[in-house]
Design a binder for this molecule. Structure first.
Ligand SMILES: *[C@@H]1O[C@H](CO)[C@@H](O)[C@H](O)[C@H]1NC(C)=O
Ligand SMILES: *[C@@H]1O[C@H](CO)[C@@H](O)[C@H](O)[C@H]1NC(C)=O
Ligand SMILES: *[C@@H]1O[C@H](CO)[C@@H](O)[C@H](O)[C@H]1NC(C)=O
Ligand SMILES: *[C@@H]1O[C@H](CO)[C@@H](O)[C@H](O)[C@H]1NC(C)=O
Ligand SMILES: *[C@@H]1O[C@H](CO)[C@@H](O)[C@H](O)[C@H]1NC(C)=O
Ligand SMILES: *[C@@H]1O[C@H](CO)[C@@H](O)[C@H](O)[C@H]1NC(C)=O
Ligand SMILES: *[C@@H]1O[C@H](CO)[C@@H](O)[C@H](O)[C@H]1NC(C)=O
Ligand SMILES: *[C@@H]1O[C@H](CO)[C@@H](O)[C@H](O)[C@H]1NC(C)=O
Ligand SMILES: *[C@@H]1O[C@H](CO)[C@@H](O)[C@H](O)[C@H]1NC(C)=O
Length: 888
């Protein structure tokens, strides 16, 4: 005997006492065929008359795909395409809707071996921050599932997320949203997950729109212990639930009239709760004296409804007012005719749902909109983790955010770090909506405009980092200055100061933390130190003592102006070098000036270059060089992290570049992989930027003097950096060129003009860089005595006279490159190797041109993707046959 402790289930009645709702047209439906391209495409599925559109406006990630052709005839058209999510743990669809409105949400997942892997993926779907369900597929299309839920929006925004749970890639075929009447399907809390929605007629096999104008899907349910009955008469379905006629006109009665009509179901989780909705209408014409009356019992217990008589040709809906639970996950109902009844019980339609508690509160709505607007304003759609709720679940929190999680209140954003995100334009006022923000880091971007005064009103804000934004007007609004003065806020600011050298103006970044007026003062002090007492900085800083400049921190971001890097700390003893390299255990290579060893320094890998005595310059020169180099930091320059000058032992310690040099990579000596055209363009532009910085950005300006493909190193992410600019001497700023005593450089890369005249200018580097560009395009040796024309630049020039690009581009690319970009880069390279230095472009120009090559390549890749997907969608195919979703 099953016991139902304290079970209080009242079936409540809903019948036609309400105004009948006007039949809905599709205009309020959102019907997305995921992965449909181009994004303006729509189509009307013939079997349902539902018009689907592309999902592209609701999501900014994922790849489009399509199922194998052999599965298409089985399926409605919205299942032919899909969107998959190989990147990121969580990817979300976003809908702008109205808070508190109620929706039926349906996700369809048809695998159809779209990826050719023949492996059915497993993943989860979330609704906002809460898990909706795990997707497990089987059956049709070699893996399919349909999941429905009824959900009341908590915010003006709805997010439906696909979440990776293992190795397999989440995907979705279609997503459908249908508005429901707010007064139907009421729960005490949470949402409803569809479990079953059935009717009892031999045909059709399912009913949905436009017979059901809420587009609920009803599935035919027949079993041998009941028989279907039906009527041709119209049934009044005007209660709130809008049961479709096709459902209302048919019903099940027990096959043996003296038996009760019963149904049962089992939920997988014994703690899960359920809601049930039963729709009844008398559809037989009762003769005189005929009575249909029955009791309804739950789990073999007491009546939950007694003496129920269905209304003649009018739907009455009985439903559970509270969530039903069961000690073993089994639920059963029996409809038993009463003593006075002459007819057996009947049931026209039945819906069963599982209750879903939405335990996780969504992040404060205003903060979510602010974050979404910030994401749009600064075009941060490429941030893989910026999907779904910003703070919840904690394990999927957006990168760069920190949140507070107060009890039973929505999470709030307390820190936002957008440093180095290439932000452009002004500082958006959306930030002011993050009212609980304590720390904000917008440093190292390209923000411009004014520092907004709203920061002063952000009461909790303690740290504001705006440094490294050269275009930002550094005027501090009065209200903000007051916060700074009262020490309730620290502002880190990058001031652009104008430095004049020989009548030429240059903007040079200067980093300070303005924490008080004293801080501003300290800035001036630092400038003074730099210009007047540069060499004595250390002493001076000590002398001025902590009281006068307590809050000034100079970051090492602007190396050439950065006196705070104390070379002493970077000076390493010989025993430390031994320890670091584990007694020179691993040789990385042999450079022009000595052997390079692998080492570990402060938990980071480093390359230790031991300088052989013969190659070492005079000690003084070495030291001057090193002190200079320690200040040069740039994204695309291999950084010097320390040095050793212990007795006879001289060493330079560089950051470690795991992927070797460009030459090795071009030759396939690193894993044998061919660098793609895209890789090559990226490497070229990065190395060019490093060189451009030496020429124009750092102080004093430098000429590299040994640009070559073995001096372009790649890190583990194949990011390129220029190396070995170390042993070039700094380039005097007080003249265009100067006569160098020793001609340095590598044969083949050496500027012929410099070689002849000994006049050194940055254009000599441009020449060498041109040679590198030719190597990148052709993958040919710079000098090959067996070639009809040994030097690469002359050889390319000769080949180009025939206009024959194909014969010079690296055959290993197998033609997979952008022809326009290839022409552009070859022309650029040839300009760089012009014998006359005056005719060579500047590195700034080279960077600009290479950026265009990168853009062309990106467009090409984008374009070919479009072509592929456009070809793959066959809109003319219309013969979709039965699509039979199964409720679970
Ligand atoms: C679709 O609409 C057309 C025209 O309104 C109608 O003739 C047809 O029966 C509809 N098909 C379905 C499946 O509802
Ligand atoms: C949602 O609203 C935001 C701002 O209100 C807008 O930028 C965005 O395009 C809207 N999204 C859709 C899918 O309508
Ligand atoms: C449901 O409630 C929301 C918010 O109160 C309202 O915007 C919406 O129109 C209502 N929908 C229906 C069908 O009553
Ligand atoms: C797809 O399903 C059919 C029928 O269930 C089966 O015969 C076939 O082997 C399956 N194909 C794949 C690729 O799993
Ligand atoms: C109904 O079908 C089940 C199997 O599907 C069978 O075990 C049962 O005996 C059948 N009952 C009747 C009344 O035919
Ligand atoms: C119908 O049910 C009654 C009561 O259980 C039983 O006595 C009778 O044999 C059943 N009739 C048929 C045809 O199964
Ligand atoms: C059952 O449901 C409870 C509460 O919803 C949940 O904590 C638990 O993990 C579930 N168990 C299983 C096996 O799904
Ligand atoms: C129906 O319910 C009433 C009231 O609960 C009860 O008195 C009666 O015996 C029930 N009839 C049947 C056939 O269960
Ligand atoms: C059966 O019907 C008679 C006459 O309408 C009524 O007096 C009696 O109370 C009914 N019995 C039950 C159990 O409803």
């Amino acid at each position: 005997m099953k016991s139902i402790h304290g079970f209080l289930l009242f079936l409540t009645i809903a019948n036609g006492i309400f105004e009948s709702v006007q039949a809905q047209d599709q205009s309020e439906f959102i019907s997305l065929a995921c992965g449909l391209v181009p994004k303006s495409t729509t189509f009307t599925e013939k079997t349902t008359n539902i018009t689907y559109k592309s999902d592209a406006n609701y999501i900014d990630s994922g790849l489009v795909g399509r199922i194998r052709d052999e599965y298409k005839p089985l399926l409605q058209q919205q299942a032919w395409t899909l969107r998959s999510f190989p990147d990121g743990k969580r990817n979300c669809y976003n809908f702008n809707l109205t808070a508190k409105s109620k929706y039926l949400i349906r996700g369809t997942f048809i695998y159809g071996n779209y990826d050719g892997l023949n492996q059915i993926p497993k993943f989860d779907i979330h609704i906002g921050p809460n898990k909706w369900t795990s997707i497990k597929m089987d059956g049709i299309g070699n893996g399919s599932a349909i999941h429905e839920m009824i959900h009341v929006l908590t915010q003006d925004r709805l997010q439906i997320c696909l979440v990776k749970t293992g190795e397999t890639t989440p995907f979705i075929s279609s997503l459908e949203l249908r508005p429901l009447n707010n007064n139907t399907y009421l729960t005490q809390s949470g949402s409803l997950i569809g479990f079953a929605r059935v009717f009892f007629s031999p045909t059709p096999s399912f009913v949905r729109y436009d017979e059901d104008f809420h587009d609920r899907i009803w599935i035919r349910h027949l079993h041998n212990e009941s028989v279907p009955i039906s009527t041709d008469l119209l049934v009044d379905t005007g209660n709130l639930y809008d049961v479709p006629q096709a459902v209302a006109k048919t019903a099940a009665v027990p096959a043996n009239a003296s038996q009760p009509l019963s149904f049962d179901w089992t939920l997988d989780n014994i703690t899960a709760q359920s809601y049930v909705y039963m729709h009844f209408a008398e559809i037989q014409t009762l003769k005189d004296g005929e009575i249909r009356e029955f009791n309804i019992t739950y789990n073999g217990g007491k009546n939950v409804y007694s003496y129920f008589r269905p209304e003649k040709l009018e739907i009455t809906t009985l439903f559970s007012q509270t969530a039903m639970s069961s000690p073993d996950g089994n639920f059963s109902f029996s409809l038993t005719m009463t003593g006075n009844s002459t007819l057996p019980p009947l049931l026209n339609g039945l819906e069963i749902y599982k209750a879903l508690d939405l335990l996780e509160l969504e992040t404060d709505q205003d903060e979510v909109s602010a974050m979404v607007n910030i994401k749009t304003t600064y075009d941060l759609s490429k941030k893989v983790s910026w999907q779904g709720d910003p703070c919840i679940p904690q394990s999927y929190r957006w990168e760069g955010l920190n949140c507070s999680y107060p009890d039973s209140e929505p999470p709030r954003i307390i820190s936002l770090n957008l440093a180095e995100n290439k932000l452009t334009g002004s500082i958006t006022p959306e930030i002011s909506k993050l009212t609980e923000l304590i720390e904000l880091d917008l440093s190292k971007n390209d923000l411009s405009g004014e520092i907004p005064a709203f920061f002063a009103d952000m009461k909790l804000l303690k740290l504001l980092n705006l440094s490294g934004n050269l275009g930002l007007d550094s005027t501090i609004p009065d209200s903000l200055q007051q916060r700074i003065n009262s020490k309730s806020l620290t502002l880190i600011l990058s001031k652009a100061v104008t430095v004049t050298h020989n009548g030429k103006s240059k903007k040079v970044p200067m980093v300070v933390i303005v924490a008080s007026v004293a801080g501003v003062f300290a800035l001036l002090v630092i400038l003074a130190i730099f210009f007047v007492l540069k060499r004595k900085y250390e002493k001076h800083a000590k002398a001025s003592g902590p009281t006068s400049v307590p809050t000034v921190i100079v970051e090492n971001e602007t190396p050439s102006f950065n006196p705070s890097i104390v070379t002493k700390e970077r000076r390493i003893t010989y025993p430390e070098v031994l320890n670091m390299t584990n007694n020179f255990e691993r040789v990385l290579g042999k450079g022009g000036f000595g052997t390079v060893y692998h080492g570990n320094f402060d938990d980071a890998q480093v390359a230790v270059k031991m300088l052989s005595h013969s190659s070492a310059q005079g000690y003084k020169e070495f030291k001057a060089e090193v002190e200079l180099l320690l200040r040069v930091h740039h994204r695309y320059l291999v950084g010097l992290v320390g040095y050793c000058d212990d007795g006879d032992n001289l060493a330079l310690i560089y950051e470690y570049m795991a992927n070797g040099d460009l030459r090795e990579n071009m030759l396939g000596k690193r894993g044998g992989r061919v660098l793609t055209w895209g890789n090559r363009m990226k490497i070229a532009v990065e190395a060019a930027q490093g060189l451009e910085y030496l020429h124009n950005g750092c102080r004093p300006l430098m000429v590299h003097r040994d640009v070559k493909s073995t001096n372009i190193l790649l890190n583990e992410h194949s990011g390129a950096k220029l190396a070995d600019f170390g042993l070039s001497r700094s380039f005097p700023i007080d003249g265009e060129c100067h006569v160098s005593t020793v001609v340095a450089g590598t044969p083949g890369y050496l500027d012929p003009e410099y070689y002849k005249t000994n006049w050194l200018s940055e254009k000599s580097d441009v020449y060498s860089f041109g040679v590198v560009l030719l190597e990148i395009v052709t993958n040919q040796p710079v000098i090959d005595k067996t070639r009809e024309i040994p030097h690469i630049s002359e050889w390319v020039g000769f080949m180009l006279t025939n206009g024959d690009l194909k014969s010079i581009v690296d055959p290993k690319l197998m033609g997979d490159y952008d022809t326009n970009g290839a022409w552009k880069i070859v022309e650029l390279a040839m300009a760089c190797v012009n014998p006359s230095s005056k005719r060579r472009p500047t590195m700034a120009h080279v960077v600009m041109e290479l950026n265009e090559c990168v853009a062309l390549e990106n467009a090409r890749r984008q374009g070919s993707e479009d072509m592929y997907t456009r070809r793959s969608v066959d809109f003319s195919h219309t013969s979709a046959s039965e699509f039979s979703p199964r409720a679970r």
